[in-house]
Design a protein around this ligand. Structure first.
Ligand code: BGP
Length: 470
């Protein structure tokens, strides 16, 4: 339905987002190999284990592997136009460096796509969402090794050839700017004492080249596919009005914007090369790399949860809880239970900044509110009265509307964790984001039954009216 009072354009892609390791479970079924997530039982700040342990909730997750039809039907009931999910690299190439793909793994995603098509839901696929095959971490040192570019190319080509006519929107790496902050989870890089910044930035370069290669391959084998980069967006405010603080903000902002610049301009920006030089880092960039990087993306996607403040004063530089990207807490903002500061207006700022800078369509592929939910019984129906989640999402979507009214080309919005899933940072289920409650607890107990929360109907109405009810 079109509505003249909504700033959202017709055809706006409303939906939800997930990642394989956080929903699928079935971690060793049908030939799947291990990924780094299978040995990270307690989230990103805890050490990995040598092998999977029973306390790792991701091994079973919410068992989307066997519940996908039921879950997609619920997304369809909300009116989803698009569903974001990732393909588990180690389901397709169990070790990452196998010569041939695992047909059983490919067939699973065919079934998921069949189901989406049945309901007229567009697929948005992330090629690599914090799921590097474990063998590539153990035998290669993850993305520090240049050979991963070719291995990723083989993987990307396999997927683009197989699903290129069915999947229109693709993301190359989830939150690619997280690599230097979370090397193991983000890029399978073992966090040993020998690991240097030089290694990390070289690994970043390898991912950027691999990302551009995926774009190049898509042009060859899947001409209708639209390829996007995916970065963590985070507005950064000066802690004080001093020019020194403003300059510190610019520098920190540059360290994120560089990823969008490379993906949209096809080369490293000068400010970034300067920053590397000042750190004593020299990237090994081949001529072929330079040519690869010129394959720029069709759109820019990003996650948005929070903003931060920043200062030039080292004494005040105390990292906020739950913030993996640097900066300090902003004294003017409230935070979630996990210390993520809530800032809807920041989303409008980011939309404007990215649109002004890159002039590429923008896709908000993650945004949401993690909270502890209480399942209640209302007249015999189990539900969650999640007014706090509705408020967060409503306030953020109003700002998306503002950004669109400002002139930005925003093509879609997929809220994070549209169905409850295992949290990336805490590895728990009690940090919930969904419109759909999944009966599973942090101790692993629960029936896996699905229940609609209050936000389920709220979001369905937002989609039905194309945002006019916000
Ligand atoms: C992003 C990741 C997601 C997701 C989200 C929420 O950084 O791309 O995988 O999990 O953050 O984080 P968390 O699950 O820790 O609340």
């Amino acid at each position: 339905m079109t509505n003249t009072t909504s700033p959202f354009p017709e055809g706006f892609l409303w939906g939800g987002a997930t990642a394989a390791n956080q929903i699928e479970g079935a971690y060793n079924q049908d030939g799947k190999g291990l990924s780094v997530q299978d040995v990270l039982p307690h989230g990103l700040r805890s050490p990995r284990t040598p092998a999977p342990t029973p306390d790792n909730l991701k091994l079973e997750a919410i068992d989307f592997y066997h519940h996908y039809a039921e879950d997609i039907a619920l997304f369809a009931e909300m009116g989803f136009k698009v569903f974001r999910f990732s393909i588990a690299w180690s389901r397709i190439f169990p070790n990452g460096d196998d010569k041939e793909p695992n047909e059983a793994g490919l067939a699973f995603y065919d079934r998921v796509l069949d189901e989406l098509e049945k309901h007229g839901i567009e697929a948005l696929v992330t090629l690599s969402h914090y799921e590097t095959p474990l063998h590539l971490a153990d035998a290669y040192g993850g993305w520090t090794d240049r050979r991963l570019i070719n291995l990723y190319e083989r993987y990307a080509r396999t997927l683009l050839e197989r699903y290129g006519s069915r999947v229109k929107y693709w993301l190359t790496f989830n939150e690619i700017n997280s690599l230097v902050h979370e090397p193991f989870m983000s890029a399978g890089i073992p966090e040993t004492e020998q690991l240097t910044e030089q290694d990390l930035y070289q690994a970043m370069h390898h991912e950027l080249v691999a990302s551009a290669r995926a774009t190049r391959i898509a042009r060859e084998v899947a001409p209708n596919a639209k390829i996007g980069c995916m970065i963590i967006a985070m507005p950064i405010y000066p802690l004080s009005p001093s020019p020194q603080d403003a300059a510190a903000v610019m520098d920190l902002d540059h360290s994120n914007l560089a990823f969008g610049d490379v993906h949209t301009r096809g080369a490293y920006p000068g400010y970034f090369l300067r920053a590397l030089k000042e750190k004593g880092i020299e990237l090994n960039i081949t001529d072929e790399d330079r040519t690869d990087l010129t394959n720029t993306v069709d759109f820019v996607s990003f996650s948005y949860y929070q903003s931060v403040a920043h200062t030039s004063d080292p004494a005040k530089l105390i990292r906020g809880e739950g913030n993996i990207m640097g900066g300090v807490p902003n004294p003017t903002l409230e935070a979630s239970e996990w210390g993520w500061q809530i800032d809807p207006i920041g989303l409008r700022l980011v939309i404007n900044q990215f649109w002004d800078r890159w002039q590429k369509p923008l896709f908000i592929v993650e945004n949401g509110f993690g909270a502890k939910d209480q399942l209640v019984d209302i007249n015999g129906v189990k539900t969650v009265i999640d007014d706090y989640r509705i408020a967060y999402l409503n306030d953020h979507l109003v700002q998306v509307g503002e950004g669109i009214a400002d002139g930005a080309d925003v093509i879609g919005y997929t809220s994070w964790g549209c169905i409850d899933l295992v949290s990336a940072t805490t590895a728990q289920l009690s940090k919930r984001y969904g419109y759909i409650y999944v009966d599973r607890n942090d101790d692993g107990s629960g029936s896996l039954e699905r229940f609609k929360k209050k936000s389920f109907d709220w979001y369905a109405e937002v989609i039905r009216t194309n945002g006019a009810t916000l």
